[in-house]
Design a binder for this molecule. Structure first.
Ligand code: PMP
Length: 359
């Protein structure tokens, strides 16, 4: 066999690999997965019925234009159909956004630490990542991000609330920041966790986007709606951004199963609100308990909490795993822990309390 391999793009060298949250162990007495910000609830009412009803047509391609889902989204969010684009999870839409805006020589700005897909998809696009450290309080440093803009900047991610810290930027600071961003730079408000926000000063990106042609909002059905396994997300953006997104989207990237489940989920709003409310209440309970134990927990507006453990992060993750809860460690920095079912949260709080006593 020849030693020569097909030529691959140099940009792929050194790309960090996406680390999915570790699955819960099997075989032990208890095992809870709190490592991927998933929703602990089963699909919303009506979802199973809808996907089962569509199962007879798996020999067919899905509706490529996602007509039914797009109509439902346009109605729900009060946006024109032409401002919508769907994709294979919101990470799929984010990748399409990069494809539509950025390439070699261009710069993409985002806070760090933030969603781990940003460096990966930016590097794949050939553009250069410009990572702006979070403030000491683990919040986006929007002034520093504005100062990092150059004439090469094409796209800026603002992850609100931020994964993995849960912290959110507020209306006044975001508006001030947007006022400093040139009109030809796209700002992507990644609102994967929007439904969990309770701070009234944290703006709804859809209100922010309305009169700003360079703002795009990303949302997903993976978190609050509990459809992570079906891979469906969407963007709301003005033209020509939304039109460009529809061009760069992977053809047939959203299965019919996912489209039908998303529509059924949107129609189950009461149940959705109930579940999100319960998770938000659990979040409050977990944060209060951790703070009483002496932990510093940044104010989280998402379905997870962040513990800055520094060098003890991996040790903490191992202790949690041994106790039956799998968390998401970022070695040397901290651990992100999803709010799950009550028993899982109890077990996590108990384990964190024991660990704390040994610190
Ligand atoms: N954005 C953020 C901030 C996330 O945390 C995630 C999921 N971890 C996503 C986007 C992607 O979600 P999905 O592709 O499942 O829609």
């Amino acid at each position: 066999m020849s030693e020569t391999s097909p030529k691959l793009r140099a940009e792929l060298d050194g790309i960090p690999t996406y680390k999915p949250g570790k699955p819960a162990a099997t075989g032990g007495p208890v095992a809870y997965k709190l490592s991927s910000n998933e929703n602990p609830y089963p699909p919303l009412p009506g979802v199973m019925e809808s996907v089962i009803a569509g199962a007879h047509a798996f020999n067919r391609y899905p509706d490529m234009a996602c007509t039914g889902l797009m109509a439902e989204l346009a109605d729900r969010f009060g946006v024109p159909l032409t401002h919508l684009s769907t994709g294979t999870g919101s990470v799929g839409v984010a990748q399409s956004l990069l494809q539509a805006t950025s390439g070699p020589g261009d710069e993409v700005i985002y806070a760090w630490r933030s969603f781990e897909a940003y460096p990966i998809i930016t590097q794949i696009s050939g553009a250069t990542s410009v990572q702006v450290p979070l403030t000491a309080g683990d919040v986006h440093d929007l002034d520093a991000m504005a100062e990092a803009i150059t004439d090469r900047t094409r796209l800026i991610f603002v992850c609100n609330p931020n994964n993995p810290t849960g912290t959110a930027v507020r209306r006044a600071e975001l508006e001030r920041f947007l006022g400093r961003v040139p009109a030809d730079v796209l700002v992507v408000l990644d609102e994967a966790y929007r439904e969990f926000v309770r701070d009234a000063d944290v703006p709804d990106g859809i209100e922010i986007y309305r009169d700003r042609p360079n703002v795009c909002v990303l949302r997903t059905f993976s978190k609050a709606y509990g459809l992570a396994g079906l891979r469906v997300g969407f963007a709301i953006a003005h033209e020509p951004v939304a039109a460009a997104l529809r061009k760069t989207a992977l053809p047939f990237g959203v299965s019919q199963l996912a489209q039908d489940a998303a529509v059924a989920s949107l129609r189950a709003e009461d149940a959705l609100l109930g579940r999100v409310g319960a998770l938000v209440a659990e979040r409050g309970r977990v944060c209060d308990s951790l703070r009483k134990q002496g932990w510093t927990v940044p104010d989280t507006q998402a379905n997870f909490v962040w513990l800055r453990l520094g060098e003890r992060t991996l040790e903490f993750a191992a202790v949690c795993e041994a106790a039956g809860v799998v968390v998401r460690p970022f070695p040397g920095e901290g651990a992100r822990v999803t709010i799950g079912e009550c028993e899982a949260n109890d077990l996590f709080v108990h384990t964190a309390g024991t660990f704390r006593k040994d610190l």
